[in-house]
Design a protein around this ligand. Sequence first.
Ligand code: 5GP
Ligand code: MN
Ligand code: MN
Length: 327
Amino acid sequence: VPESDWARAVELIRSADEIALACHVSPDGDALGSMLAAGLAMRALGKRVVASFGDRRFEVPRLLRFLPGQELLVEPARYPEAPALMITFDASTSARLGLLGDSAAKAAELIVVDHHPSNSGFGTMALIDPGAAATAMLVEELIDRLGVPLDRDIATGLYAGLVTDTGSFRHSSTSPAAHAMAARLVATGLRTDEIARELWDRSPFGYLKVLGAALERVHLEPEAAGGLGLVWTYVPRVDRAAYGLPYDEVEGMIDIVRRTDEAEVAIVLKEDDEGAWQVSTRSKGAVDVARVCAALGGGGHVRAAGFTSHRPVAETMADIRALLTPA
Ligand code: 5GP
Ligand code: MN
Ligand code: MN
């Protein structure tokens, strides 16, 4: 990010009275954690802050309810229609803002804070670093430049973003800078054990049953992806309904499926409450799943990407298989 862009962003924020924050739909730890950390910092500067995400069913995922700053959240219906200053977090396109896309289009100034290589270049200014392991890394720098000290609440949001997007420092994005940031955040007094438990180590009982059903129908296709292998399964909403399990509880299932040694590519298709299929794709690095997902209307990173499908599972899988064939 060029120095002049940081300076301009800081100036826009300092001179604003009210700031509208948004992150991508179905927020993950990086999206919501980055947004709430930034919101708390801006509130500390005396700004009026509203924050939201544009899901039709506006609900904070259960595993992110521990994040401080939830009082900044407003429903999309109460979000400013044409904000003077709007800032987006972890959203690679305006389509990822869902219902808040209209507000973004009408915002007088729109600062886009993101780390997706596929970022479409929307907004009136960009704080984008595709080399950053998480949007939270950019937000840490922004908060420093705003001169707001990191307290434990702000640090909790940033840490949630960092550990989510680095997969607890397991992914290839785990840089020395990511560990240095963690050290600084933990020094504010974070309970890393409690955060880890909230994010990964708890679920309702029904999750085990739904997981069991998904693993019963998992497929291994060694010939797919040019012989590198594909493993995939799906989670229809009727499975979740049997246990009253909310959609966001199955978002992490890909992390179980992707461990398969025999497959370079892993896919989990999850039917949401509206009947659309949210498709999670992962690779181990030899296949660019962002390219595959971009061709199907989504996007993401080389090793972690996704898209939404409104077609039956078998048809979506046929589309994916065709794209996985080496050129
Ligand atoms: P997940 O499988 O965890 O939902 O998504 C993995 C990554 O894929 C996310 O970090 C995000 O960058 C990207 N992604 C997921 N769904 C979509 C989508 O519908 N559109 C775009 N552009 N990217 C997505
Ligand atoms: Mn994200
Ligand atoms: Mn991210």
